[in-house]
Design a protein around this ligand. Structure first.
Ligand SMILES: NC(=O)c1ccc[n+]([C@@H]2O[C@H](COP(=O)([O-])OP(=O)(O)OC[C@H]3O[C@@H](n4cnc5c(N)ncnc54)[C@H](O)[C@@H]3O)[C@@H](O)[C@H]2O)c1
Ligand SMILES: O=C(O)C(=O)C[C@@H](O)[C@H](O)[C@H](O)COP(=O)(O)O
Ligand SMILES: [Zn+2]
Length: 359
């Protein structure tokens, strides 16, 4: 088992990465302070892993909350089910919520923990590649609004992140590709050597070669932990983790949540952000082509849906959380491995990117 740490003063926490962590009762017990535990999961993950986790929680008063699966259910009414269950079972302020599932479950459980009785402990047990490399770390929690992704939420850090790499064995190939989008993102924004390593190993990663996947998870979590430690609440540098997301979130909302997976939308969105960076004269067309080839090799889309026009993007991007004083800010690349957040771009570049991708 490897351990990394997210350094946030008195809110610091460990990320454990290894095999068979789901059944390690001692590890869990280290991060549970009371007698009550509420495991939140979805109806796809429950039949796969809920029993094993509950076995490891013997001795605690365990409440199970099984939510409907998918992005379309990342809503107020689904969240309400968690609060209803906690209240009905009389969970008090010392309860610990455990998120067992992908990023949807992690984001909602974290938000529930932030709200319930004004804040209770929670632990992330991510079971998708995407949630293991990204969403379980950093404390962004929340739900969607029809007008925009993750529009309601809180920064609220978990007490620990337990990444059981064995859970990936049941993950569908499409979800593996979605996770690879966020992994490629780390190379593009921060680590060109990692990007080259991903190019060399993309087939093995898609096939879930255990040592390659563990290495990719560890490097991704390390980069995410460093960025979050530098800027927990996205006052500045943390926004680089949003590469491709301004376009990607617009795609998700436009298509209807769950039609395009988050990682798929980010894949196409990153190509659009790189295209713009090239039009701004910062990276070469060869750089764009190189990144596009890797994103395609990961099994991801490299252009947006054909039914989206430039004005659809402009309308949806206007509510992006990085907009300040009505001014759109985008994550762009000055070079491969070097991201910036910028409002200083030529609007003609943006229009050209949006027009080019309709072809
Ligand atoms: N908080 C953050 O920093 C952050 C970062 C990235 C993404 N996100 C959010 O995360 C969400 C996407 O997460 P996701 O890609 O994990 O999606 P998801 O949670 O919808 O999970 C994807 C699918 O895989 C299934 N699944 C989960 N684990 C499985 C397993 N081990 N075996 C088989 N099936 C399994 C789920 O039931 C679901 O059908 C989006 O809502 C996105 O906005 C948040
Ligand atoms: O942790 C972050 O910061 C990120 O931006 C990570 C993203 O991959 C993730 O999709 C996040 O949920 C997006 O945040 P948002 O603030 O743009 O909703
Ligand atoms: Zn993301």
């Amino acid at each position: 088992m490897q351990q990394l740490n997210v350094e946030l003063g008195d809110r610091s926490y460990p990320i454990y990465i290894g095999s068979d962590l789901l059944s390690q009762s001692g590890l869990l017990a280290r991060h549970i302070s009371g007698k009550q535990v509420c495991v939140v999961t979805d109806d796809t993950v429950a039949p796969l892993y809920l029993d094993a986790l509950c076995q490891a929680l013997q001795g605690y008063q365990v409440l199970q909350v099984v939510l409907p699966t998918g992005e379309a259910f990342k809503t107020w009414s689904t969240l309400q089910q968690v609060f209803d269950a906690l209240l009905a079972a009389r969970h008090d302020r010392k309860t610990t919520l455990i998120a067992l599932g992908g990023g949807v479950i992690g984001d909602m459980t974290g938000f529930a923990a932030a709200c319930y009785q004004r804040g209770v402990d929670f632990i992330q047990m991510p079971t998708t590649l995407l949630s293991q490399v990204d969403s379980s770390v950093g404390g962004k929690t929340g739900i969607n609004h029809p007008a925009g992704k993750n529009m309601l939420g809180a920064f609220y850090q978990p007490k620990a992140v337990l990444i059981d790499t064995d859970s990936l064995k049941t993950l569908p190939a499409r979800e593996v590709s979605a996770g690879l989008a966020e992994i490629i993102k780390y190379g593009l924004i921060r680590d060109v050597a990692f990007l080259a390593w991903l190019e060399d190993n993309i087939s093995g990663l898609r096939a879930l070669d255990p040592s390659l996947v563990t290495e990719a998870i560890a490097r991704s979590c390390q980069i995410k932990a460093e960025v979050v430690a530098a800027d927990e609440r996205e006052g500045g540098v943390r926004a680089i983790l949003n590469l491709g997301h301004t376009f990607g979130h617009a795609i998700e909302a436009h298509q209807g949540y769950g039609q395009w997976l988050h990682g798929e939308a980010v894949g196409a969105g990153m190509v659009m952000a790189l295209d713009m960076s090239c039009r701004e004269g910062w990276i070469s067309r060869a750089d764009v082509d190189r990144a596009t080839a890797l994103i395609a090799a990961a099994g991801l889309p490299v252009s947006p849906p054909g039914n989206m026009q430039a004005n659809d993007f402009m309308d949806l991007m206007a509510v992006d959380k990085k907009v300040l004083d009505g001014q759109l800010r985008l994550v762009l690349l000055k070079a491969l491995g070097q991201a910036v957040v910028s409002a200083e771009f030529d609007s003609a570049s943006l229009q050209a990117t949006l027009a080019a991708d309709q072809s």
